[in-house]
Design a protein around this ligand. Structure first.
Ligand code: HEC
Length: 145
C-alpha cells in the first residue's frame, strides 16, 4: 500500500519520548516536554494575575453600576432591570455592547428620546460602562409560551 514512509534522520523529541515507553524504560503517563512545562507555568501565573486584576476591577465596577442604577434608573427600568411600565424597555440581560452603545448614542444625540437624552447627558464613560455592566450581568430566564 503506497510507499514506505521516508526514514527519519533525527527523531523529533515527542517520538523519542514514546520510544522510551516502548522499551519499557518509562511507565506511567507521557512525560511533558520540560521546555513546555516552564512556559506553561509562566503562562498560568500570568493568567491568574490577570484574572485577579480583572476580577477586582469588575466587581467594584459592578457595585458602582448597581448603586447608580438603584438611584437613577430603577424608578423606570425596575429594580432588576425589568420594567413595569409599558413604554419603558427591559434592560436586564441585554448585551453589554448594546447597552453601552445606546447610552452613548443618547448622550451624543445620535439616538434621541425626550427622557433618555436628558438622563444620559451627564453620564461619564465610566458611569455608562458600569451601568451597562450591571444590567448586562443580570440573568434573565426565557420561557416559550
Ligand atoms: C423617567 C424614566 C426613565 C429613567 C429614570 C431611565 N430611563 Fe432609560 N429609558 C426610558 C424610556 C422611556 C426608554 C425608551 C426610550 C426610547 O424609545 O428610545 C428608555 C430606554 C433606555 C435604554 C435603551 C434600551 C433599548 O432597548 O434600546 C437604555 C440603555 C436605558 N434606557 C438606560 C437607562 C439607564 C442606565 C438609566 C439610569 C441612568 C435610565 N435608563 C433611566 C425611561 C427611563
Amino acid at each position: 500500500m503506497g510507499h514506505p514512509p521516508a526514514p527519519l534522520t533525527r527523531l523529533p523529541p515527542s517520538v523519542a519520548r514514546l520510544r522510551r515507553f516502548e522499551g519499557g524504560r518509562r511507565l506511567g503517563p507521557a512525560e511533558p516536554d520540560p521546555r513546555c512545562l516552564w512556559l506553561r507555568l509562566f503562562h498560568s501565573v500570568r493568567i491568574a494575575l490577570l484574572l485577579m486584576m480583572a476580577g477586582t476591577a469588575s466587581a467594584a465596577d459592578l457595585e458602582a453600576g448597581k448603586a447608580r442604577a438603584a438611584t437613577a434608573c430603577a424608578v423606570c427600568h425596575g429594580p432588576v432591570g425589568l420594567s413595569m411600565q409599558p413604554n419603558v424597555p427591559h434592560l436586564a440581560g441585554q448585551p453589554l455592547f448594546y447597552l453601552t452603545e445606546q447610552l452613548r448614542n443618547y448622550r451624543s444625540g445620535k439616538r434621541a428620546n425626550e427622557v433618555m437624552s436628558v438622563i444620559a447627558k451627564p453620564l461619564t464613560d465610566a458611569e455608562i460602562d458600569n451601568l451597562a455592566l450591571w444590567y448586562s450581568s443580570l440573568q434573565v430566564r426565557v420561557e416559550a409560551p
